[in-house]
Every structure is written in C-alpha cells, then in structure tokens.
Design a protein around this ligand. Structure first.
Ligand code: NAD
Ligand code: DAU
Length: 371
C-alpha cells in the first residue's frame, strides 16, 4: 500500500469538519491531525469513535496559537492543510464579531504564515506537492436579487460581520498565493445541511424545536432563498479540490438547490409529520397539533438579512469532475432521521452554554415583525 499523506485539518470537530475527517479516513489515503479549539460549536461525541484510530490524532488548540502550530508542522511534516476552523454563525456575528475577527481573520493569517514558513524549508519535490486549502463561503459575494448566480468571478461584497471576516480571510489566502507563490486553493460553498450540524443553524433548529413543540421562528416573511448542499457532497468537493485543484484557483461549490426558507420549513414539517407525527410524541400528545407546520411563527427579521444565494458550480464540475450525489428530498429525510436517532448527541449540543446563551440572546426571535 502507498504511504499515507499526513494532513492538518483545522476545525475537525465542527459540522463540516467531522464529515470531512470521516471521509479522509475512509479513503485510507490520509493520516489526519485535527487541530480544534473545541468551542461551543464542537461536540466531543462527534468523533469519539475515532479514539485509538491509527491514522487520527486530535490536538486541542487554537489556530491563533502560532507556537503550537509551528510545533505541529515541525513534528508531523504534513503535505497540506485543510483550514475549516471558524466562527460560523451569522446571528452571533451580528451580536458581537470579536471572536469572528480573532479566529477567521487572525487565525487564518496565523495558519497561513506558519504554513508558509514550513513550506519554505521543504525540498522542491515536497514543495510542489504541498497545498493549503481554505474552506470558505458563498456569503463573501453578498446577496443576489431574483436572478443570477455567484461564480468564481463575482466581486466580493460581504454584508454581515461573519461574511466580512470570511472575506478578509479569503483575501489573505489569495494574497499569499499572489505574493509568495504559496500553493493555496479556496472553495466557496453554499449552505450545507446534514448530520452533526450545531442546532443553532436553521435546519437542525427547526427539527429540534418542532419535536419539543416550540415555535419555529422564520425570520421576516420567509422569502429569503438559500442554495442547499448535502454536507457529504461538499466534503467530496473539498477533497477533490485539495487533490486535483490548481494552486491559486478558487472553486465555487453548490448543488443547484435553491429553497425559500418558509418552503423549506414546511418540507421539514411534512417529513416529521410522516415519521414522528405529533400525536405519537409523548410530550406533544395533549397539544392537539395535527401538523408541525402549525408551530411556524414569523418573527422579526435578521439585521441586514441577505436575500438570496445561488451558486453556478460549472467550474468545479468541468475542471475537477465533481457533481453532487445526494438529492434534496433524500438528504433532508436522512438529516431528519439522523437527529431523531442521535438523542445523546443532541442533548450534549443543546445543553450547557448553548442553552443559556439562547435564553439570554434570542428574545428578538419571538417578536413579530411589526412589534
Ligand atoms: P462549525 O461552527 O460547525 O465548526 C467550527 C469548528 O471550528 C468547531 O469545531 C470549533 O471548535 C472550531 N474552532 C472555532 N474557533 C477555533 C479556533 N480559534 N481554533 C481552532 N478551532 C476553532 O462550522 P462549520 O459549519 O462546520 O463550518 C466549517 C467551515 O466551513 C467554516 O470555515 C465555514 O465558514 C465554512 N462554511 C460553512 C458552510 C455551512 O453551511 N456550514 C458553508 C460554506 C462554508
Ligand atoms: O451560505 C453559506 C453559509 O450558510 C455559511 O457560510 C454559514 O457558516 C452558515 O451558517 C450558513 O449561513 P446562513 O445564515 O445562511 O445559515 P442559517 O442556518 O443561520 O440560516 C439559513 C436561513 O434561515 C437564513 O436566511 C436565515 C434563516 N433563519 C435562520 C434561523 C437560525 C430563520 O428564518 N430562522 C432561524 O431560526
């Protein structure tokens, strides 16, 4: 068997990171060093099955910690970095962007600089092989009207503090390629859904609120559009871009699956009505609910809420041979079933600091638009 490649994955305990680490290990091509600070968004249960795996090592630490990162390069001599660690929730960034600037901007810069210094020491052959793949978002392009798509050529126009911090990180990555010839690749992906997503994000939030009979808070009039991709399809695109992407290139990734928020919430409700009807859920039995859709509640809009995102993914399809494999109906059903089948994971994610935080910070979410 060929020798395995050692890679550093940052943010491997988060939603996309967990799915990506699993994919890399399943491929048997990689030895994975997962650097994660274990913030509120990480769930220790997500990767607990990997304990003792010969090709997996977990390092608790921050991508802002230069000394630690230098020591990881020195010790493990990786052939690349897949940088996912980030603060990722738009609503939190609107309340305060401090952590977003620290992790997304300073952290990405710190990873880049440490990686570049290490890369400089490599002999030519290894230098050629090395890649720094930065996982980014379509939100850096701003918001679309009713028509059109984001492509790799779309000018940057971030409109909320989260996307501004991701745009800043992308610019550092691009500048490192342009200035130093450092071999970077960026993927800008649309909204992911699937197993292991932290319950503050829209899809798991709606599933879990519904099952406990809480209101389903749809922001504004629910007409905002997101372009949804099953997380495993995104991870396959990231792996391909890492292995076959050209240094300096950017790939927009999406599954051509636009959904209006209110329609999506209705789809979640009808899946739940089918597989866990309210009448069969002990804590809901006496509520007289016929459908979870009765819990939909239109609340005050998100500040600066981007109207529509949509990706033209023809470049990654054409140049890397990627295509999405999981249809939305199947993916959404699998996702709902995953949350129903993993109560221990859900309890761990929903309790503790998240529970307290949501009580303190989300009063506006119960207010009607007109209030
Ligand atoms: P997430 O919030 O679920 O996970 C983030 C992970 O990063 C957590 O494990 C957290 O502990 C870790 N982390 C945070 N700060 C850190 C630090 N300073 N040092 C080390 N680790 C730290 O996020 P996600 O949804 O999995 O997103 C992963 C990446 O993909 C992010 O860069 C995000 O911007 C990008 N992205 C996400 C989506 C999406 O729909 N979720 C879409 C496109 C791009
Ligand atoms: O587009 C990629 C981005 O997608 C990623 O870069 C981000 O990390 C990721 O969080 C996601 O951002 P969004 O803001 O689009 O995702 P979120 O799940 O927070 O919201 C999806 C849509 O649903 C958005 O239009 C806001 C709306 N929403 C969200 C929540 C949490 C609601 O109507 N009610 C809610 O309670």
């Amino acid at each position: 068997m060929n020798q395995k490649h050692t890679v550093i994955v940052t943010g491997g305990n988060g939603f996309i990171g967990t799915n990506l680490v699993q994919l890399l290990l399943e491929s048997r091509q990689y030895h994975v060093i997962n650097l994660d600070a274990l913030t509120y968004a990480a769930n220790p249960l997500s990767l607990e099955d990997l304990e003792g795996h010969p090709d997996y090592e977990f390092v608790k630490g921050s991508i802002t910690d230069r000394q630690l990162i230098d020591s990881l390069f020195e010790k493990h001599k990786p052939m690349g970095v897949l940088n996912l660690a980030a603060e990722s929730h738009v609503d939190r960034s609107i309340l305060s962007a401090d952590d977003f600037v620290q992790t997304n901007v300073v952290g990405t810069y710190t990873m880049l600089e440490a990686a570049r210094m290490y890369w400089n020491t490599l002999p030519d052959e290894l230098k050629q092989q090395f890649r720094f793949l930065h996982v980014s978002t379509d939100e850096v392009f701003g918001s679309l009207g009713e028509d059109g798509f984001f492509t790799e050529e779309t000018p940057y126009k971030p409109q909320n503090p989260y996307s501004a911090s991701k745009a800043a990180s992308d610019h550092f990555v691009r500048a490192f390629h342009h200035t130093y010839g450092f071999p970077t690749i960026i993927t800008n992906c649309s909204n992911n859904y699937g197993p292991y997503q932290f319950p503050e994000k829209m899809i798991p939030l709606m599933i879990l609120n519904a099952l406990s009979g809480k209101p389903l808070p749809v922001y504004g009039d629910g007409s905002n559009v997101r372009d949804w991709i099953y997380v495993e399809d995104h991870c396959k695109a990231v792996k391909l871009a890492f292995e076959k992407g050209k240094p300096g290139e950017v790939y927009a990734v999406g599954a051509s699956n636009e959904q209006k928020n209110v329609n999506l919430v209705n789809q979640i409700c009808s899946i739940l009505d089918n597989i866990a009807p309210p009448i069969e859920v002990p804590q809901l039995r006496d509520r007289g609910l016929k459908s979870y859709a009765e819990l939909i509640n239109f609340v005050q809009d998100r500040l600066g809420h981007d109207h529509r995102y949509a990706i033209d993914a023809s470049k990654v399809q054409r140049e890397l041979g990627w295509k999405p494999e999981v249809g939305f109906e199947t993916g959404l059903r699998k996702t709902v079933e995953w949350y129903l089948s993993n109560p221990k994971w859900v309890d761990q994610a929903s309790g503790g600091s998240y529970g307290e935080w949501i009580e303190k910070n989300y009063a506006w979410r119960t207010k009607k638009e007109a209030e």
